[in-house]
Design a protein around this ligand. Sequence first.
Ligand code: AMP
Length: 392
Amino acid sequence: MRIGVLGGGQLGRMLGLAGLPLGVQFTFLDPSEEACAAAVGRHLRAAYTDPDALHELARTCERATYEFENVPFQAAAELVRSVPVYPPPPALEVAQDRLREKEFFRSLGIPTAEFAAVDSLEDLEAAVAHLGLPAVLKTRRMGYDGKGQRILMEPEDLQAAWEALTGPRTGSSPLPTPRVDGLSGGLLAEALVPFRRELSVLAARDSWGEVVCYPVVENHHEGGILRLSLGPAPDLDPALEELAHAYARRALEALDYVGVLCVELFEVDGRLLANEMAPRVHNSGHWTIEGASTSQFANHVRAVAGLPLGSPRPRGWCAMVNLIGHRPDPAAVLRVPGTSFHWYGKAVRPGRKVGHVTVCADHPEQVAERLDQLRRCGVPLPARAAAGLFRR
Ligand code: AMP
């Protein structure tokens, strides 16, 4: 079995590593010279929409998937004409548009922050009159890692935020240019949620419709980038975990999904609000490589390859710390008990995810102690992530 993957970054690389013991091979279509998944498969270096490259992928692969949700939808739509593409392209289409994503959640009875579509400055004023302040203004498309969004605190912030996201222009002219691949751009305003914490739920569905759900994870972002995940999330009310699993199942079933799906959630006042979904393996699931019976990567490969899923049962308590623009000394890191070092083979640049460290332990306090040890070896932890993380 050979699986074609749109995208050849670290998620592709970890899919490739998970596929090796299953005898699954990979071809990664990625325009970048530096695609780090090339170490574990064939690298087809071309634009995602290059017709010859898509034809080659479809000709040489029995299945296709994607590891990056901003790949042009038309590439997946083209591939699915000649090879099964999992997750199904409609999942990609929904996830690429924050407005459609929120409407999708609502249609399934999954609560979200209050939101409104914004296509002009007047729309923004009307949205804020309805949502109140503070609020968040986001691009509908292509935002990731906190890019493409502005917080609105005061009425005076509206014009500047509008201009920052659409380019300065006079008056309230609507967005003039489609931003991505012929699909319209546009913005979305949301009420700012005073969340207690951010959570995510990963689940996988196979081609027989069987679903497995991983324990819910607690996530810490800084500057819009995920820094730290705690899996399973400490002190989570079991009723909320059950709810998160029910929401993930609902989304998987509605999309007749095959593969791993991540839904990002806010925990607020004992409730869960869905923020967005990623139709792929996700950074907040990296801890499952060491921390669960079957990793998110192995389960994604299994689902896409038409194999049964493995157990998502956690093996203990884990923390995953992203290495962003920085390489700590691997020897020092690995001296901390229960620690694994993952390096993606990418050039180190500021703000770039270049690896991650996972630490596993028998109980949450031990994870906290080991995180403190990692901090002393130069593994950067978010400011809030003191040992107290696990002792609320
Ligand atoms: P997003 O691009 O929608 O994934 O948002 C990136 C990050 O911004 C989230 O992980 C949150 O930390 C924050 N954020 C996004 N939307 C909201 C919201 N409506 N209320 C509060 N924080 C938000």
